[in-house]
Design a protein around this ligand. Structure first.
Ligand SMILES: C[S@@+](CC[C@H](N)C(=O)[O-])C[C@H]1O[C@@H](n2cnc3c(N)ncnc32)[C@H](O)[C@@H]1O
Ligand SMILES: [Zn+2]
Length: 494
């Protein structure tokens, strides 16, 4: 597992693709994020002002995302390629399977373009998570199904954990032609089946439960179940249940002993048993009966939560007017589920830093990224309001760039040797027919260009013959390959 190449409490103000590509692999425990679906907030006016938003096109356009998508190189991720192509076709565009060329037609309000924008970012998020890492990605009902496919493609279906449905504060799209939409979803994935997970509980209303009685005909089903479970009350009116102390494992000689006249394989050691008995927590109804444990309702964490959350609706008051701000309690809950104290939380679309503030409050480390320069001031305001964090003693680091430190940089000579062997002594372009290529004639290039965060390590490099190198110029590697393929007679590859 790599060392992190940033410090706790860092905010990067930049396009997240460049920063994500600059972060060391497997250095993050949890990503909790809420990407934009429309682009309103990508280009923003000064804090509080709304004028600038009108000027920008709100929609995703294919021509704006082509480069990033082509950097990803469709051939490395065939499932993502097919998902994006399916979105193109659903929206009325066409895909030329021979050349790989996508024609979005007149449709520019494109789900496909949105996916092409998200795909390279999701691929990086996956790389950054530790094997125990968890991703929570919030989305609305418009993009949900498409994002879920993309996440399945990158994380693997077996690593899907939950789709949490959250009620929002107010419904969108009031209409007499359909139900107003009032839910968001949080798509939740583990990096591997060994992901870290802390169950989430809804605390009991203990005063109500201690006072309630099963004779009350108006009890709801849940409350009735809890009362039936915690069916006894002590002298103070505290509800409890009596639970078994026998150990399900039979073969435990060190836990086998006589206690209050009964010999069993017990759950606890004799010392613990005696201490609990002295504290009044182990009771025996009458001599000879098996002693049992007194489990108090008010000591339980609460009712295990399910995947429908209608109790984190409102955002708390703030001096900040930020229209996509999410409730702090929502992010607290996510961070608690996916991390322990000290773990690292990343939000690549941090906005006004709700997830970072939640991490700070829960003693986790955090890193946020937002492209909007206003995010810096917003983060300070939210941190001060919610945590009282003293920026002088515990400063937030603000940065604009990052380079990986877990990829050894290699000398040109070593790189040339490595590529020469990896490429089978040929030019990296599979459609190139150059022969008698000499090792010294390999031109070294980047698959993901450095300006978009591509690193210098061997995996991001290619060696081209002089001819291909000059044809490629500054084009993205994927686009260049598509063009080369288009020039071929049907079905020819090397
Ligand atoms: C829906 S908002 C997140 C709101 C956040 N959860 C909160 O409570 O404030 C999406 C954020 O993503 C940011 N964003 C959009 N594109 C980005 C990019 N390419 N890189 C980094 N941030 C980006 C926007 O500036 C915006 O603040
Ligand atoms: Zn070539």
């Amino acid at each position: 597992m790599a060392e992190a190449n940033w410090q706790n409490r860092t905010l990067f103000v930049a396009d997240n693709i460049r920063i994500l590509r600059g972060m060391n692999s497997e250095s993050v425990d949890c990503i909790a994020t809420d990407p934009p679906f429309n682009k309103k907030r990508i280009f923003n006016a000064p804090l509080g002002s709304r004028q600038a938003e009108q000027r920008f096109d709100d929609r995703w356009r294919w021509d704006e995302v082509t480069d990033e998508w082509q950097d990803l190189i469709a051939s490395d991720h065939p499932a993502i390629k097919e998902i994006i192509e399916a979105a193109v076709v659903i929206e009325g565009g066409t895909v030329d399977h021979r050349t790989g060329r996508i024609n979005t037609g007149r449709i520019q309000n494109s789900m496909a373009a949105y996916l092409a924008y998200m795909a390279p970012r999701v691929v990086e998020m996956h790389r950054l998570l530790k094997p125990t890492g968890v991703l929570f990605m919030q989305c609305d009902t418009e993009a949900n199904a498409y994002l879920r496919l993309l996440l399945d493609a990158v994380f693997g279906r077996r690593n899907f954990i939950n789709e949490i449905t959250r009620r929002r504060a107010s419904a969108k799209g009031l209409s007499t032609r359909r139900l107003p939409n009032n839910s968001d979803t949080l798509l939740t994935y583990g990096k591997t089946p060994k992901y870290k997970w802390n169950s989430s509980y809804e605390p009991y209303d203990v005063a109500m439960l201690n006072a309630a009685s099963l004779d009350d005909a108006n009890l709801d089903g849940e409350t009735r179940k809890t009362l039936e479970q915690y069916d006894k009350r002590d002298d103070d009116g505290r509800r409890y249940s009596l639970t078994d102390l026998a150990n399900p494992n039979r073969d435990r000689p060190n836990l086998t002993y006589e206690f209050l006249g009964v010999t069993r394989v017990w759950r606890w050691t004799r010392e613990r048993m005696e201490a609990e008995y002295a504290a009044g927590r182990v009771v025996q109804a009458k001599p000879g009966n098996v002693p049992r444990f007194k489990r108090y309702l008010d000591e339980q964490p609460g009712k295990p939560r399910d995947d429908i959350w209608d109790d984190v609706v409102q955002v708390e008051p703030s001096e900040l007017d930020w229209d996509t701000r999410k409730p702090l309690d929502l992010y607290r809950r996510l961070v608690e589920c996916g991390t322990d104290e000290g773990d690292v939380v990343l939000d690549p679309f941090a906005g006004c830093a709700t997830s970072c503030v939640a991490a700070e409050l829960l003693d986790r480390q955090w890193v946020g990224i937002d492209i909007d320069p206003v995010a810096e001031e917003a983060t300070y305001i939210r941190l001060r309001e919610a945590t009282g964090l003293n920026m002088l003693n515990q400063p937030v680091t603000v940065r604009k760039t990052l380079r990986r430190s877990d990829v050894p940089s290699v000398s040109d000579q070593k790189l040339r040797d490595a590529l020469w062997n990896r490429q089978g002594r040929l030019c990296a372009n599979p459609y190139c027919d150059s022969e008698n290529l000499r090792k010294v004639d390999l031109h070294l290039d980047h698959r993901i260009p450095k300006v978009r965060g591509g690193e210098d390590g061997v995996m991001n490099r290619i060696g081209l013959c002089g001819n291909c190198n000059s044809r490629k110029g500054r084009k993205a590697w994927g686009l260049f390959l598509d063009e080369e393929r288009a020039q071929q007679p049907h079905g020819t590859t090397r």
